[in-house]
Write a protein that binds this ligand. Structure first.
Ligand code: SF4
Length: 324
């Protein structure tokens, strides 16, 4: 059965909001009513420029932040209503791989203890079983036994990310939020880490939310892609469909910025330059939040928020160009 046919949702995000109170009691709407599902065994890429709310969304799904409104369901259960025991299981089954592998590893801890953090917190293994599991995890991510008794500073960026992946895998998770896991790595190492994540997904049936600002790498790992702008989703589709037929002007602009290896195609393609920065989520534009940077903006775009609509099968967007 292909991943596309396997449509059982592991994670359901319903109208999720995460607002922060900032200076002068103003509200920063980092995530403002986002809904999507992540199916078992798939990778959903969540992309957008820095400051669009994608990392806050990932952290709210994981329970690091309390939602301001809306719900997150995991295996059909509302995480906000889980009892203590269910919550503990949830925190075991949901793990995270961080952007900066150095900052996320305690420099004073041995790699063995870093990898075994989850095993120790959940009291899963001890003694020789714990040790064997650490060695097994090191081998799974392409490191070896000798690395167990070293400190993080003794490793390269790519190796440190492998340690971060081993730590996430240690407790046999079902779902991993990969928060820009390759952004801090050299381009030559990025593909290796993406390949490792794909191999592990196949081996263990893992489900990923892969957060990134770089659309080029997201294409290779994601089954579906969701594009986020200023706290809201603007488009979701199967990966090939989104890259081949982007509907939303924001997605079109992001994709036009990706270099194409073929110089002829590259020359023929029209680059859409996104003017200006993402507006502040404290004071977003009225109507469509993208209208201040959209070359196709119309009068209605300032007056009305576009509806979320399925324009083609499994291809959704929120843009007045597609609303009758
Ligand atoms: Fe552009 Fe209007 Fe569509 Fe927003 S709704 S993306 S401003 S055309």
């Amino acid at each position: 059965m292909s991943k596309e046919d396997n449509r059982e949702a592991l994670v359901k995000v319903n109208h999720l909001k995460k607002h922060f109170t900032v200076k002068n009691n103003r509200l920063l709407k980092a995530v403002d009513g986002v809904s999507f599902e992540i199916y078992k065994g798939e990778t959903l890429g969540l992309v957008g420029e820095s400051g669009c709310g994608k990392s806050t969304c990932g952290r709210t799904i994981m329970g690091i932040y309390q939602p301001t409104d809306g719900t997150v369901e995991f295996e059909g259960k509302d995480v906000g209503r889980m009892g203590k025991r269910q919550k503990k299981d949830f925190f075991r089954h949901v793990q995270m791989i961080f952007q900066d592998p150095y900052a996320s590893l305690n420099p004073r801890m041995l790699v063995s203890n870093i990898i075994a953090e989850g095993i120790d917190i959940h009291g899963l293994l001890s003694g020789s079983e714990r040790e064997e599991r650490i060695y097994e995890l090191l081998s799974l991510v392409g490191l070896n036994k000798e690395h167990a008794n070293r400190f993080p500073h003794e490793f390269s960026g790519g190796q440190r990310q492998r340690i971060g992946i081993a730590r996430a895998l240690a407790v046999n998770p079902k779902f991993i939020v990969c928060d820009e896991p390759i952004s801090a790595l050299d381009v030559s190492v990025q593909a290796q880490v993406v390949n490792l994540l794909q191999d592990l997904q196949k081996q263990y049936g893992l489900t990923y939310l892969f957060i990134a600002h770089d659309l080029s790498m997201v294409r290779y790992i994601s089954d579906r892609v969701a594009v986020m702008y200023l706290g809201s989703l603007v488009e979701t589709a199967q990966s090939d469909e989104l890259y081949g037929n982007p509907l939303h002007p924001y997605t079109q602009a992001l994709l036009s910025a990706i270099p194409i290896p073929d110089p002829k195609t590259q020359n023929e393609r029209q680059r859409i330059v996104l003017e200006g920065e993402v507006p502040s989520p404290i004071d977003p534009p009225s109507g469509c939040a993208f209208r201040t940077r959209c070359a196709k903006a119309m009068d209605i775009c300032a007056a009305e928020t576009p509806m979320w609509k399925e324009v083609k099968e499994r291809h959704f967007t929120a843009c007045h160009l597609y609303n009758e």
